[in-house]
Design a protein around this ligand. Sequence first.
Ligand code: PLP
Length: 404
Amino acid sequence: MVRANENYLKLRGSYLFSEIGRRVREYQTLHPDAEVIRLGIGDVTQPLAKEVITALHHAVDEMGSADTFRGYAPDLGYSFLRETIARCDYTDRGCDISPDEIFVSDGAKCDCANIQEIFAPDSSIAVCDPVYPVYVDSNVMAGRTGEYNPGAGCYKGVIYMPCTEGNRFVPDFPDKTPDLIYLCFPNNPTGAVMKKEQLQDWVNYAINNGSVILFDAAYEAYIAQEDIPHSIYECRGAKSCAIEFRSFSKTAGFTGLRLGYTVIPKDLKAGGVSLWQLWARRHGTKYNGAPYIVQRAGEAVYSEKGREQVRQQIAYYMENARIIREGLTAAGYSAFGGENAPYIWLKTPGGTDGWKFFDTLLTKANVVGTPGAGFGPAGEQYLRLTAFGSRENTIKAIERIRQL
Ligand code: PLP
């Protein structure tokens, strides 16, 4: 008799965004004239850069002519894109990464969810708390985490590394050594960053303990400070202990277009087995490549004009982040992040529960944030605000919160 994968039944209900939606709908039904501003959603709002649009049009035309038509893409990505990425994102920044260590995909979410497949089923995992939920959920589906304990807000078999005001939202080394360590900096949801020495300490820890770091750099384009690494490969020895994920989503507004990549150095081994080879095999078996036209659009992001246009989009969001952070601080709130990341981690006043504060902001200021509890127990007294809204709405929302 057929049986379902019961690991899926262990997943904690993904009620966060549906519960937010329910509360907003309920409020709007009672107050149909209220103008609700959403600063909770992690999706971009600016249109694609002109250079990207031009490249898309050109690639579409190529698909319409027999001489330039392309069928299946090479499963690891077109070399024009892999070479551009290797040069612009790595060698130009002093990192020794070659084009064939880059695996092009349709986004970082699938890669960071799927990467666990190439590790042993009994590998132990460590995540930051709060955390981007995909890392944990993908391991739950693979049967690696044990049951969820609703009281503690944790899975029994996961090592949670609390990120609090006390450690500036950068985790300390865990008591128990994990096999896999998920790190995401600049961080979603806290907006925190790691300095180069801090990331180097993690690389040394991984090398000394035989662990692998899964480094999510989806927000590296938002880094403004000099001493913050854009890639884990800026650290000594990282090629022997780290995998890196990158995304075009927040860097160039590709959330709807879909493009990302994963770097697996050829030196990286687990128990003597090449992880590059396993991922190449997995990619070749389960994935048929990102679309040609999207890879051409990705290449355009690195052109001189493309870079400038994308830089302006990021500057727009970062100005929103500044308005949020400074506005909240001036109003007496404790707000973190927003300097090298598009996320602001707002502490609830007087230690109020995040959902209660969510309701206050919704009903008194008509502003929607994301309660931090949705990202882990250490987020319970926080709310995540994002800088991805329009300037007008961002200013209006902060003014309303200030007047509370
Ligand atoms: N990693 C982090 C930390 C994210 O916040 C997101 C998107 O919200 C992703 C990965 C997913 O990126 P993509 O759109 O490339 O799948």
